[in-house]
Design a protein around this ligand. Sequence first.
Ligand SMILES: [Zn+2]
Length: 84
Amino acid sequence: MQQYRQKTKSDGAVTLADLERAGLSLTVHCRQCGHWSEVLPAALALPMEQEIPGLDGVFRCSICSSRDSCAMPLYPRKKPGNGE
Ligand SMILES: [Zn+2]
């Protein structure tokens, strides 16, 4: 029997509200030109229950105007020696 560790919450995707609560921002990446930028969840005109994986294609790149974008949480750098 394998034991599964839960990464975040039991109910799947991370939402904007989760980031807001954790004090994290979001990075939006353009797949066309590689441009990315950091945005605060609260600065978006989106519902806080919006799931991060659902943000694919929502943003338009300010450099190349492509909508081939994706978003992901900007996690702080891992600390070394995090005893796992
Ligand atoms: Zn771009």
